[in-house]
Design a protein around this ligand. Sequence first.
Ligand code: AMP
Ligand code: MG
Length: 321
Amino acid sequence: MSPDDRVYAYSAVLLGSPILLKLFDHNQTLAARVFRLIKQQEILLTVNRPHSEVMSINHAAGESPVVVSQPVFELIARARAASVLPGSLFNFTIGPLVKRWKIGFHGNSVPPLAEIQALLALTNPHHVILNDRDRSVFLQKSGMEIDLGAIAKGYIADLVRDFLRQEGVEDALINLGGNVQTLGGAADSESGSWGIGLKKPFAGPDELIGVINVRGKSVVTSGVYERYFELAGKRYHHILDPRSGYPLDNELLSVTVISADSIEGDIYTTLLYGMGVEKGLAYLAARPEIEAIFVTRDGQVISSSARQFTFTLLDEDFHQA
Ligand code: AMP
Ligand code: MG
């Protein structure tokens, strides 16, 4: 390894997550610009603060359309499109339920069924009216709330990649709390690729099921172990089933998507989570550019295909199916 092959890591806490940037040049200024870019996006998209472009839409629910910036409008259009796909369990109007459950925030409790049912009536993505002539977004019912939590990190990871590319960076990695985007490979490694850990669910932070190696690809994971609470022996996690209003209950512990763009990865992890292994694999058969690794409760690691990555299994509790 030559001295200029050394990797420099920069970290911050943004988007409610630990953020990690890896570069092969020591460039504090560039790292600060990346973190500023992420912060600017958070200011536009967050629903965890009283004010943002998205919150201004939510505040005007049932009253009036709100004009937003072009990028925010386009992101909302992507989220809506994913939400209205036939059978999709991705639903960007899940906000009222996310707020009520507060999973991963303070005050964990299971809401009464009647309350969940009342809130479900406010989660129809068809009730979001987009007008691309004036770039306005209208939530038709009072109490509706957009939540971009399942798509925003992927979108931002791609912006970071584009920014770094524009700055002439060839090799870099950005990790937005489980949402990884890469440029090139890792010049310090023998394989010349980035090794991204697939986390072992409900284990220590450094325990891995295996390692996913990629060059210039995005690796996004959605897992039930990311944010959850336990009550009376039951686990309640942060990915909600928009049909029932309760955490999605199926055979999966996590879904990882490997793709060119992280926004696709972020959308697909949530979509595939809702499909489960069998439907998910069938769905991906027609989409070779999107690849997934499913981890099931009974210890299986199932890949749809592996053209864009290699996977090395490390943990004996899991086996590749
Ligand atoms: P992800 O980390 O991409 O799996 O997204 C999880 C986040 O998306 C949650 O923390 C919620 O903010 C939001 N969310 C929860 N359930 C859904 C759902 N069914 N569709 C879309 N977004 C969801
Ligand atoms: Mg997602």
